[in-house]
Design a protein around this ligand. Structure first.
Ligand SMILES: NC(=O)c1ccc[n+]([C@@H]2O[C@H](COP(=O)([O-])OP(=O)(O)OC[C@H]3O[C@@H](n4cnc5c(N)ncnc54)[C@H](O)[C@@H]3O)[C@@H](O)[C@H]2O)c1
Ligand SMILES: O=C(O)C(=O)C[C@@H](O)[C@H](O)[C@H](O)COP(=O)(O)O
Ligand SMILES: [Zn+2]
Length: 354
């Protein structure tokens, strides 16, 4: 088992990564625990470990539709009815949609109750469960409501991935490729030679991917936990256009696939702006293809509401007046933040939509 410890603001976060490591939970949870899990997850693995604690359970369906304020309010009410105090725990067991809801609840209930994340998707392990950003959607605006609130413990038990379909494994790889392209050239090289072993579910490779991603994400979050310094923005590479694709397809395209295409379009944008090298587009497309991710909208085989997509770009959280802050690769594994005219972003997006 690998363990990473990091101080983020005033909190210590511990991440455990390995196979069949869920037992570590026992040491960190006392008092009451609300287990918030996705329906596909067998509750017994967690319940057995916490059986002598005072536990309650809430189940969400899984998927983007769960990221709704009504779920947040239902869970808050249950916490209140059951008399949860600040020292008690929310134990979030599921993918990124669930940890986003759980993080938001944990941050607002009594202005902060202990949060333990147990990601069960690859995307959760490499990105969503780490770093304390959470959010739910508001109509057409992705992650419109949310806070920054750090989990104290994250247990990435790779055994959960045994039941995760390849398609969801691939979704997680979009965020891993994001780290590789904008901040970690070594990871890019590693991914280039590891795709066969990844698809054969070689857990040494998968553990390395989870570990390297966690290190990359923490290295950014600890410098800029509240996304105020223009550093954390790097984690948004591919997301301005990615979120626009999610919204304009009514969330029928997964976050991973939308971000994959977002990275292609935003790489094109960097090249057109003259800040990204010409070969970056090839590198991004090559890697996405190796990991069976889409590289253009046509591959999705679904209609995009273009007006809504373009409108979503203007509502991005990184918009500043008529400009938008965009992290773009300046060489493979390196990035910088640019202020880009929103009309220019839209024009490249239209071209990229084809
Ligand atoms: N807060 C952050 O920093 C951050 C980072 C990246 C993504 N996100 C968010 O994460 C969400 C995407 O997360 P996701 O891709 O994990 O989606 P998800 O949580 O919807 O999970 C995808 C599907 O896998 C199922 N599933 C979960 N674990 C499983 C398992 N072990 N075996 C079989 N099936 C399983 C779920 O029920 C669901 O149907 C998006 O809403 C995105 O905005 C947040
Ligand atoms: O942790 C972050 O910071 C990220 O931006 C990670 C992203 O992968 C994630 O999708 C995040 O939820 C994006 O949210 P946004 O509301 O900042 O766009
Ligand atoms: Zn993301």
């Amino acid at each position: 088992m690998r363990c990473i410890e990091e101080d983020i603001c005033c909190n210590r976060t511990k991440i455990f990564i390995g196979r069949n490591i869920i037992e570590v939970l026992r040491e960190y949870i006392d008092g009451k625990a609300l287990i918030l899990r996705q329906r596909v997850i067998d509750p017994n693995r967690i319940v057995n470990i916490l059986r002598d604690r005072n536990i309650y359970e809430v189940v969400l369906d899984g998927g983007e539709r769960d990221k709704d304020i009504s779920n947040v309010m239902n869970i808050v009410r249950i916490l209140y009815e059951k008399g949860f105090q600040r020292r008690d725990h929310i134990v979030a067991v599921g993918g990124g949609t669930l940890t986003d809801v759980a993080g938001f609840v944990a941050s607002i209930y009594l202005r902060g109750i202990n949060l333990v994340n147990i990601p069960t998707t690859l995307l959760g392990m490499v990105d969503a469960a780490i770093g304390g950003k959470n959010g739910v959607n508001l109509g057409d605006m992705k992650n419109a409501l949310g806070t920054f609130y750090q989990p104290s413990i994250i247990v990435s038990d790779l055994e959960f991935l045994d039941t995760l379909p390849d398609e969801e494994m691939v979704n997680g790889m979009a965020e891993v490729i994001k780290y590789a392209v904008v901040m970690d050239r070594e990871l890019y090289t590693f991914l280039k030679k590891s795709y066969d072993r990844f698809f054969n579910r070689d857990y040494d490779v998968i553990e390395d991917i989870v570990y390297r991603s966690a290190i990359d994400k923490l290295s950014i979050v600890k410098q800029d936990p509240y996304e105020l310094k223009g550093i954390r923005s790097v984690l948004n590479f591919g997301h301005t256009i990615g979120h626009a694709i999610e919204v304009s397809t009514k969330f029928s395209i997964s976050h991973g696939k939308a971000v994959a295409i977002g990275m292609v379009c935003e790489s094109m944008l960097g090249i057109e702006l003259g800040v990204s090298p010409k070969d970056i587009l090839e590198e991004v497309i090559h890697m996405l293809k190796l990991y069976r991710l889409p590289t253009n909208v046509k591959e999705l085989g679904i209609d995009i509401d273009r007006d809504l997509a373009l409108y979503a770009v203007t509502r991005d959280k990184k918009s500043r007046g008529a400009e938008i802050l965009m992290p773009l690769p300046v060489e493979l594994g390196k990035w910088d933040l640019f202020r880009v005219d929103i009309e220019f972003v839209k024009s490249v997006f239209i071209k990229c939509l084809g």
